[in-house]
Design a protein around this ligand. Structure first.
Ligand SMILES: [Zn+2]
Length: 446
């Protein structure tokens, strides 16, 4: 029988102390930060974003009230206010690039608005939350008509800014970057610029949580779903090298990219901290044939996932505002369910807080055990880790099933045959905050 990780944990806690979570996941501080997310603020932010008329990438950058320039300036001023309220805990960055392409006939300036909350002990390690502030109507080149983009992606943008409001009340080991991106609808330009900024800054990006379309609960068929969301992650990393591909064909790992294991962590944290909100792991890089701002980060070699609502409504995405045959079209504010958006923001806040409080995941987990009844795992110690969870599952199982704590950066798993199990290792802080799991695929050190 296949036992999901969380059920296996309960069973383990009841029967076998060797498999218990030790140290346990610290629920209280994670619930506390989730509790700092405010619905009324999210509602006000959605209404404010809609008030700019259009936030199309090719709309005016110069008007004080309408267009992409006014919207970006507002996001910047919100971050400035949040930074002032936390005694200067946020540093603002506005990386800029001039781009052109088939959806950008004249070169245009792309500006991302980033707020950086510097980590206290591990500032170069970075976790990112992102959403895109640009919007569109039916014609992707139409920069004039109202494109409220309340859900796509006002919802993600509001979540990014509200995450900054919530998490700026706490101090973290690692750096958190709150990223309001632009140019998504014209070709993922903001995501590309974010990947470029990360490289230029030398950030060790541990995670990008890309939030795009996270506030609607009513599907096209009228079905309401307010307690699920989808986590999209690539199975094999986009940046895989020839040597890594060769290794994977020998030892497996097709569903164990760093992005996939990041998604698993977000799912586990949601299950543990936010009962009532249910993650759906989707084993795809994005929705069928579509894309998002996580893709450029994945291509640059960073773990990145997309969070999206469970039930999409295509009458409310990329549509001119109109009524046709009794159907209301348009991405208007009434299509965003604020209670659901609040929960989605909490999912992000919990995951960011856990990872920013946790130590870095082991950079690489080495594994050996061929021609033996035992499996030997080793990895380089992670600074600040008080120990590690060794995790394993059957090779055809989707979620980690078992785990064992070790204080040392190696372990011999007695009587667990390497052929039959997939292994990974996560770092744990003294308080029990846990990093994403790193799939064990590397050969033993010579
Ligand atoms: Zn979008």
């Amino acid at each position: 029988m296949k036992v999901p990780f969380r059920l296996a944990l309960l069973a383990a806690l009841a029967s076998s102390p060797a498999l218990a979570l030790d140290p346990p996941l610290p629920l209280a501080p994670l619930k506390e930060v989730a509790g700092l997310v405010k619905s009324d603020q999210l509602k006000a932010d959605i209404e404010k974003l809609v008030s700019f008329g259009t936030r199309h990438t090719l709309s005016t950058p110069a008007d004080a009230k309408r267009g992409i320039g006014a919207a970006r300036a507002w996001a910047k001023s919100e971050f400035e206010a949040i930074g002032a309220a936390c005694g200067g805990c946020l540093t603002l960055m506005t990386p800029t690039d001039t781009v052109s392409g088939n959806r950008i006939p004249q070169p245009v300036e792309i500006v991302n608005v980033l707020a950086v909350q510097k980590g206290a002990t591990d500032p170069n390690r970075v976790v990112i939350i992102s959403g895109h502030i640009d919007s569109r109507v039916s014609d992707v080149m139409d920069a004039e008509h109202d494109a409220p983009g309340a859900n796509d992606d006002g919802s993600g943008t509001a979540a990014v800014i509200e995450a900054a409001r919530a998490l700026s009340h706490r101090k973290f080991a690692a750096t958190i970057v709150y990223a309001v991106l632009t140019g998504e609808e014209q070709g993922l330009y903001g995501g590309k610029l974010l990947a470029k900024t990360a490289k230029q800054q030398g950030w060790q990006v541990e995670a990008q949580l890309n939030n795009d379309i996270i506030g609607n609960v009513e599907g096209l068929n009228g079905k309401i779903d307010r307690d699920h969301f989808r986590l999209f992650s690539e199975g094999i990393k986009a940046s895989e090298t020839e040597a890594e591909a060769k290794r994977r064909r020998l030892v497996g790992g097709e569903i164990d990219s760093p992005s996939r294991n990041l998604a698993r962590l977000v799912a586990e944290l949601t299950d543990a901290v936010l009962p009532g909100m249910h993650p759906k792991m989707i084993y795809r890089a994005d929705r069928f044939g579509r894309g998002g701002d996580q893709a450029p980060l994945q291509e640059a070699g960073y773990p990145a996932i997309r969070l999206t609502e469970a039930a999409e409504n295509y009458h409310r995405q990329h549509q001119d505002i109109r009524t046709e045959n009794g159907i209301a079209y348009g991405d208007v504010a009434s299509g965003v369910d604020i209670a659901y958006l609040t929960l989605m923001t909490k999912v992000n806040v919990v995951a960011l807080a856990d990872m920013a409080w946790a130590p870095a995941p082991p950079p690489e987990v080495r594994i050996d055990g061929a021609l033996s009844d035992d499996t030997a795992l080793s990895w380089d110690a992670s600074p600040g880790a008080s120990g590690y969870w060794v995790r394993w599952r059957e090779t055809d199982e989707a979620a980690w099933q078992r785990q064992k704590f070790t204080a040392e950066p190696q372990i011999v798993m007695k009587d667990w045959v390497v052929d039959d199990w997939a292994f990974g290792v996560a770092s744990v802080s003294a308080q029990g905050f846990v990093s994403p799991t790193v799939f064990a695929a590397a050969p033993p050190a010579k």
